[in-house]
Ligand binder design. Sequence first.
Ligand code: GLC
Length: 415
Amino acid sequence: MPGNDLVNERNAWFIHDRFGLFIHWGIYASAARHEWVKNRERLTDAQYQRYFDHFDPDLYDPREWAKVAKNAGMRYAVITTKHHDGFCLWDSRLTDYKAPNTPARRDLLRPFVEAFRAEGFRIGFYHSLIDWHHPEFPVDGLHPQRDDLAFREQEKHRDIRKYAEYLHGQVRELLTEFGKIDILWLDFSYSQRDWGWSKGKGKDDWQSEKLIAMVRELQPHILINNRAEVDGDFVTPEQVQPRGWVEVNGRRVVWEACQTLNGSWGYDRDNLNWKSPDLLLRMLIDSVSKGGNLLLNVGPTARGEFDPRARGILDSIGQWMHAHGRAIYGCTQSDFPAPPDCRYTQGGDRLYLHLFAWPFRQVFLPGLKGKVAYAQFLHDASEVAVADDEDDAVVLTVPIQPPDVAVPVIELFLT
Ligand code: GLC
């Protein structure tokens, strides 16, 4: 199969499982207008403090989240331990800026890890390299106080080495106090940015090589993404559908697209750019058909729940996954060229034809003459007539009415 050379002992589960849940959760959920609100609205620490003071997720039940995610067919979950605002979900010894000091009064990460593990999920930690709260994080062009000249002047002394020590210390906590962690998702580097009065930050600032060496020592099996400016285990196209198998320097790589439900990662109440379940399913299928994964995000509310719109979408995806998971898990790109309006995914000798648009009666599959032993709809295992065509194609005959599933799939048993 294409991409077989990319599979190794550490990443085999990841490539197999294909579909994960991303969680962006922190005090920005209270603002409810994007996780970058502090940056976008240039809020000072004092102004942002109100979200810390009022964060009380009394309905938080990660067992419920895990059930919803499992039902949606997701197999791993990556949660924000800290986002760019610097707020920490766990009871870090290195800061007071953490969930136990909000009205939540507890570590919110640990119950998540336990609940998701109990449902069989692999666990990933998203951890922000950027920190707009830490007093030693040098002010730069992305910082909320970037336009405040007096503040910039007053904070000139900030020492990134002190911040890096904090960063490394926190990653050490995360990788020693929560058991086996399967993914470390660091975010993000921007060393190419230059505002004149300040430069972006990257691997020299984070001391990424040292950081990654520590991570690999603490959790040798862990998978690390590519956002610390050192080679990682997978790359992370964000809010885009790649046009083909993602390549780096002309070589195919392991990749995972991360996508939002409505364009925002953190809970964003008034943002109405919700993608339909059908679209999200097509994005999942499209990713797998190009050899990649999908990490689909939910931004829970400040009460600690999935918004009903998010919940509804995951339920619909789950309905499809219930019958079609076989065309996702363990599948990858096929060498056969898919016909128009279709995608192929393939797992061993099973080729899955995903029909994004419903054809009139016949579907021609080039290159498959003599290669299909049997064909059936996947949702109900009902036979689909298959015949050889004159050229190198086979032809499938389908009913006028599409089956009542979000994306119909025909399973082809290859000879
Ligand atoms: C970005 C954003 C961010 C989000 C992330 C997810 O780099 O800064 O808010 O967490 O991507 O991929």
